[in-house]
Write a protein that binds this ligand. Structure first.
Ligand SMILES: *Cc1c(COP(=O)(O)O)cnc(C)c1O
Length: 495
C-alpha cells in the first residue's frame, strides 16, 4: 500500500512520496507529512549486522513506497559511496561519557551531506516517475552548510539547475569560500544583504507565488526545494539514528530494547525531527535534547509553550543554528494538534502575521520527551577547550552547543541513559572559532594557517573538502538586496 502524504495546512492536499519530493512545499505553504509513521520491519539483532546502505534501504522503503526496490537501491548506492571518507558513513566516537555521532564524513564535511548526497537522485527518479518534462530549478536558502552540500549534490546533474541564496555576512569564511568556488554549469550562488530568515522567507515567497510558477512552466521550468522541509531530506536523516542505536547495542553500550537519549544541535528542526521519527519507527529513544545557541526560540518554546520569533537575531559562532523560524517544527505542531490541519494553519498564520503563537496545554503535554536547552557563546567556547584538553577530541561550534545542552539536561534530570550527540560539522569548517576557543593566541593567523595548526594539534587529517578550496578560484560574485531575490532568479532563467 502506498503511504499518503498530506499537507500540514490542508487535509485535502495529498501526494505520493515521489510527488512530495518533487514539490517540496505544499500548495498552501504547508509541509508534507505521512499519514502515519511506518514501523521498521527489521529486528535490532538484524540491524546490528547491516551496513549503512542496508539500513538506509530498510528505513527508506517504508516511507518512499512508490519507489521500486531497484530505484531506491540505486539511489542509495549512488549517494553513500566513496564521497564519504569512511565506509561506516556515520561512525560513533566515544569521548568522555558520551557518544558523538559523526555526521560530517561526506563531501562538504557537514551533516547536510547525509541527506543532500541522496536528494538529487531521489528527485531525478521522482521526476521520471511522474513524467516531468520541465527542467527542475532547485531554490535554496542556506545558513551556510545546506548551500554547499546542495550545490555539491546537484552540480551538473542533468535536468536540474540550482540557485542558492545565503546571508552575505552570516556565514563563516570557509563556508563562503566553499560555495563561491563551486563548479558546475548549472550552479548559481547569491549573497543577500539580510540574514538567513530573510533568505528563507524570500525563497518561500517564490515557492508560493502562483504567477511566477505559471511563467516558469511556460518556459519549461519548475521549482523544487533542497531545504530540510523536503521529505526527501528528512527521511534519509532517520537512517543514522537507527544505525547509531544498532552500533550502541553492538558495542555493548546499550542492551537491545533499552533506550538511548539523543542530543541535537538544532536550527530548522529537521535533524531532531528525524530522530523523533526514528522513535516512531520503533527505535527506543528516551529524551530528545533540543540544543539551541543564543537564538533560543526553541528553548523558550519548550519552556513556555509560546513560539515567539519577535526578537533580535544574534550572529553566533554556530551560524547554521542562527535561525528564528524553525520550519520543520510545523510537522511536530501538526502532530500534537492531533493532525488537525486547520488548527496548524492558524498557528502558522499567526507566526507569519503576528510573529508568535501559543500552543494549548493539551499540546504541551505531548512534548514531554523533548528537553530544550541552550548554550551561550562563552559556554560553547569553554566546552570546545575543555573537551580538547580532557579528551583530545575537537568539537565544532555546533556540536559544542549540543554538548553544553546535554550537560544542562543531565544536571537538571540526573538521567544517565547513554547519550548520542549529533556531531553536525567537522571542526575544520569552523576553524577560526574552534582554534580561538582552544587558545586565543591563534586569532592572528590566516584561515588556512589555522587549518594547518588544527591538524597539528588534533592529529586529524585535513579533509578533502578543505584541501580543494585552498587555491580554487572564486566563480560566483553576485550580491543582492533581499527584495531583489525574485529578480535575480528571473535573470538567471532568462524569463
Ligand atoms: C543545518 C545544521 C544544523 C541544524 O540542523 P537542523 O536540521 O536545521 O535543525 C546544525 N549544525 C550544523 C553544522 C548544520 O549544518
Amino acid at each position: 500500500m502506498n503511504l499518503v502524504y498530506r499537507s500540514t495546512r490542508n487535509r485535502e492536499e495529498t501526494a505520493s512520496a515521489s510527488e512530495a519530493i518533487l514539490k517540496g512545499l505544499t500548495n498552501d505553504g504547508g509541509l508534507f507529512v505521512p499519514d502515519s509513521i511506518p514501523k521498521l520491519q527489521v529486528s535490532v539483532e538484524d540491524l546490528k549486522e547491516m551496513t549503512y546502505q542496508d539500513i538506509a534501504y530498510a528505513v527508506m522503503k517504508e516511507f518512499l513506497t512508490d519507489f521500486t526496490e531497484e530505484e531506491l537501491k540505486t539511489c542509495i548506492a549512488n549517494a553513500y559511496d566513496s564521497k564519504f571518507d569512511t565506509e561506516e558513513i556515520a561512525p560513533i566516537v566515544k569521548a568522555g561519557d558520551v557518544y558523538y555521532l559523526e555526521l560530517f564524513h561526506g563531501s562538504t564535511i557537514a551533516f547536510k551531506d547525509m541527506a543532500l548526497s541522496i536528494l538529487p537522485h531521489l528527485l531525478v527518479t521522482s521526476a521520471k516517475k511522474n513524467h516531468v518534462e520541465n527542467e527542475i530549478v532547485i531554490l535554496t536558502a542556506t545558513s551556510g552548510d545546506t548551500g554547499k552540500a546542495a550545490l555539491a549534490g546537484f552540480a551538473d546533474v542533468p535536468g536540474t539547475k540550482i540557485i542558492v541564496f545565503y546571508p552575505k555576512s552570516g556565514v563563516s569564511p570557509i563556508q563562503e569560500k566553499q560555495m563561491l568556488t563551486q563548479k558546475g554549469e548549472n550552479t548559481y550562488v547569491i549573497g543577500i544583504k539580510g540574514n538567513f530568515d530573510d533568505a528563507q522567507t524570500g525563497v518561500k515567497k517564490m515557492f508560493s507565488n502562483k504567477e511566477l510558477a505559471a511563467v516558469m512552466d511556460g518556459n519549461g521550468y519548475q521549482f523544487s526545494s533542497a531545504n530540510s522541509i523536503n521529505i526527501g531530506r528528512l527521511v534519509p536523516q532517520i537512517v543514522y539514528y537507527v544505525k547509531a542505536y544498532a552500533d550502541l547495542v553492538k558495542n555493548g553500550a546499550v542492551k537491545a530494547g533499552d533506550p538511548m537519549n539523543v542530543v541535537v544541535p538544532t536550527g530548522n528542526f529537521g535533524n531532531i525531527l528525524a530522530a523523533f521519527y526514528a522513535k516512531q519507527m520503533g527505535i527506543p529513544i528516551g529524551k530528545f535534547v533540543c540544543a539551541s545557541n543564543e537564538n533560543k526560540v526553541l528553548f523558550d518554546f519548550f519552556q513556555t509553550g509560546e513560539y515567539d520569533r519577535k526578537r533580535e537575531f544574534v550572529v553566533t559562532s554556530s551560524p547554521s543554528m542562527d535561525i528564528l523560524i524553525s520550519s520543520n517544527l510545523e510537522r511536530l505542531i501538526y502532530r500534537i494538534t492531533g493532525n488537525d490541519a486547520e488548527q496548524c494553519a492558524k498557528f502558522m498564520n499567526a507566526l507569519t502575521e503576528d510573529g508568535a503563537y501559543e500552543i494549548t496545554q493539551e499540546m504541551r503535554d505531548q512534548l514531554t520527551e523533548f528537553f530544550g536547552a541552550y548554550a551561550t557563546e562563552e559556554e560553547t567556547m569553554e566546552k570546545i577547550r575543555q573537551v580538547y584538553e580532557s579528551e583530545h577530541y575537537v568539537l565544532d561550534t555546533h556540536t559544542a552547543v549540543a554538548s553544553v545542552a546535554y550537560d544542562k539536561y543531565v544536571k537538571d534530570s540526573g538521567d544517565k541513559t547513554p547519550a548520542v550527540i549529533a556531531s553536525t560539522a567537522s571542526p575544520y569548517k569552523f576553524t577560526r572559532s574552534v582554534m580561538n576557543a582552544i587558545d586565543p593566541k591563534y586569532d592572528v593567523k590566516s584561515d588556512f594557517e589555522l587549518v594547518d595548526e588544527l591538524h597539528r594539534i588534533s592529529g586529524v587529517a585535513v579533509p578533502n573538502a578543505i584541501e580543494e578550496i585552498r587555491t580554487a578560484p572564486i566563480l560566483h560574485d553576485t550580491v543582492c538586496e533581499t527584495a531583489a531575490m525574485e529578480e535575480e532568479v528571473k535573470k538567471i532563467l532568462n524569463i
